[in-house]
Design a protein around this ligand. Sequence first.
Ligand SMILES: Nc1ncnc2c1ncn2[C@@H]1O[C@H](COP(=O)(O)OP(=O)(O)OP(=O)(O)O)[C@@H](O)[C@H]1O
Length: 452
Amino acid sequence: MTNETWGQIREGLINRVGKNNYVTWIEPLKLSHMKNGVARFEVPTTFFGDWVQRNFADHIRSHLMTAGATIDRIEFAVGTLTAGPRPAPRPEAAKAARVRAASEDELPGAPLDARFTFDSFVVGKPNELAHAAARRVAEGDTVTFNPLFLYGGVGLGKTHLMHAIAHELQARRPDLRVLYLSAEQFMYRFIQALRDKQVMDFKSLFRSVDVLMVDDVQFIAGKDSTQEEFFHTFNALVDQNKQIVISADRAPGEIKDLEERIRSRLQCGLVVDLHPTDYELRLGILQQKADFYREQYRGLVIADGVLEFLAHRITTNVRVLEGALTRLFAFASLVGREITLDLAQDCLADILRASDRKLTIEEIQRKVAEHYNVRLSDMIGPKRMRTIARPRQVAMYLAKQLTSRSLPEIGRRFGGRDHTTIMHGVRKIEELMAIDSQLADDLQLLKRLLQG
Ligand SMILES: Nc1ncnc2c1ncn2[C@@H]1O[C@H](COP(=O)(O)OP(=O)(O)OP(=O)(O)O)[C@@H](O)[C@H]1O
């Protein structure tokens, strides 16, 4: 394959990586040679090569393979043409390319996943506020809250919502310069700019955007100079009334080793929580994905009750839920069978087992404390009055019933109590349940809440 042929086929990558990324990172690549399963591209800077390697090499490789080439590896080299008819670039040309790589027109964003749109985002009680706030930002008209801070546990849709905002903005307001990247990529770029003595370029690039979206911001906690730079970028953009969207796995106040001034700035806008999914949301997501798979695997039948079973049993996170459904459809199509409950149990045994194990003693303590309106710290503390000791025993009982932890392990999580204390608590609750219907009802409710 020649560089000219590459020039013709590379356009197909626009759909995979998005227009911005295509122009910034794919177009400047020159194919220098392709032999022995290695495709080598010429790039303007080492940073450029590293970035493309990390973010787009897999896409490029699979694109080349689709075009009929056999490629095991993609390599990037700075301005060295080792084969082919093109002469090696002159130093001025390399410099011009470097300047272009950092010029204002190129945004160093991460690729957007085309599947993460508002259309494919299922809204339920746990995420309705985050969704509404994201929609508002995606209108791109006025900056009402700055920053929008989205947080929540693993796999609950933070990245999905951020990509959806970016897609929507690109469609509605193509004039806006929207930059989405992870906090890790922000740091990586910053360090690279320091190393290449291009900090001014870095600063002006990040200050020139209209919307900045930084995913997983907890990553920069404890990284002093990155935090410092982030803080200045943040302030400069807020001063210009440019929209910022941030995501993290926890609330700003709970991110350890984050400078106080950054924490307070992050709290200035709207902080919204993506709560753990509930049964209805999980079922909604499964139904949407199942519709998609029915299209892909025509003729496959999924028995009634299977989706409900999965929504009930897999409560960890949406990524696991999706993975389970993907595996189920793939497996059923391979063996040519209907997707029944039995098939699901067989095929997903490991996921179902892992999901069973996920309930933690901390969650039990939290739920019980909430239910009885006592402090979480009292669950592990020393207070002996009945209003506190009884809920604590309830939590001990549930920990024994709903987790596979041993009595000494449970004891350790209840403030280092002895296993005999836990045993006593469990027995006490068993006795009381038989005579106290209110307590029996409480336990039933708590079990239901905890098991999803
Ligand atoms: N409400 C939802 N509707 C449809 N799909 C969802 C929803 N929530 C999450 N997902 C899907 O679950 C997967 C994980 O979501 P995402 O990557 O956005 O999670 P995250 O919160 O960013 O997780 P992490 O903390 O690991 O970065 C994605 O495939 C996403 O499309």
